[in-house]
Ligand binder design. Structure first.
Ligand code: PNS
Length: 160
């Protein structure tokens, strides 16, 4: 069974992430999409909220499981029996950062390889930071965020 982990901050999950999730779900038997902690970032949403948004966004994908993990990615991948990490890349800058992280993860677990999926051209401009701006300035989110995640977030807003 080919098992992959797609890790990230997902602050929040975007349609760009969804493209990588769907493509991964076609390549692997099972994909664990995991909301994690990036020590270099100060997120808008808590890890629990980022996880819940991921759950809503992936609920209809039968071989995709959303999870939350606050430890090392290599440990998480091992615990799920995954030998593959999947990451999306939109630019050479993304590639350089992901290339470095792939080396670190491989040094932590020699069995762990990283697959980089280039973003589709029409999604290149999408990022979580752009979505956060749209949320902050109350602009429509449908062009950049999955519908079920928008609905969940609106529910949080209504409940204070
Ligand atoms: O979406 P991001 O912020 O680019 O994702 C980065 C993330 C969360 C995958 C990375 O920071 C991570 O792997 N965090 C878990 C801790 C860890 O394993 N660090 C060592 C690998 S660089």
């Amino acid at each position: 069974m080919k098992i992959a982990v797609y890790p990230g901050s997902f602050d929040p999950v975007t349609l760009g992430h969804m493209d990588v999730i769907v493509r991964s779900s076609e390549l692997f038997d099972r994909v664990y999409v995991c909301a994690m902690v990036n020590a270099g970032k100060n997120p808008m949403f808590t890890t629990q909220q980022r996880f819940e948004l991921l759950c809503a966004a992936t609920a209809e994908l039968p071989n995709v499981t959303a999870e939350l993990w606050t430890g090392l990615l290599a440990d998480y991948a091992r615990s799920r029996g995954a030998r593959w990490l999947v990451k999306g890349t939109r630019s050479g800058t993304d590639f350089d950062a992901e290339f470095a992280m792939a080396q670190i993860n491989r040094s932590l677990d020699a069995q762990l390889d990283t697959l980089l999926l280039p973003a589709r051209a029409e999604l290149l401009h999408l990022s979580s930071s752009m979505v956060r701006e749209m949320i902050k300035y109350k602009r429509p989110l449908e062009p950049c965020m999955p519908g079920p995640a928008i609905a969940l977030m609106k529910g949080w807003e209504m409940n204070g």
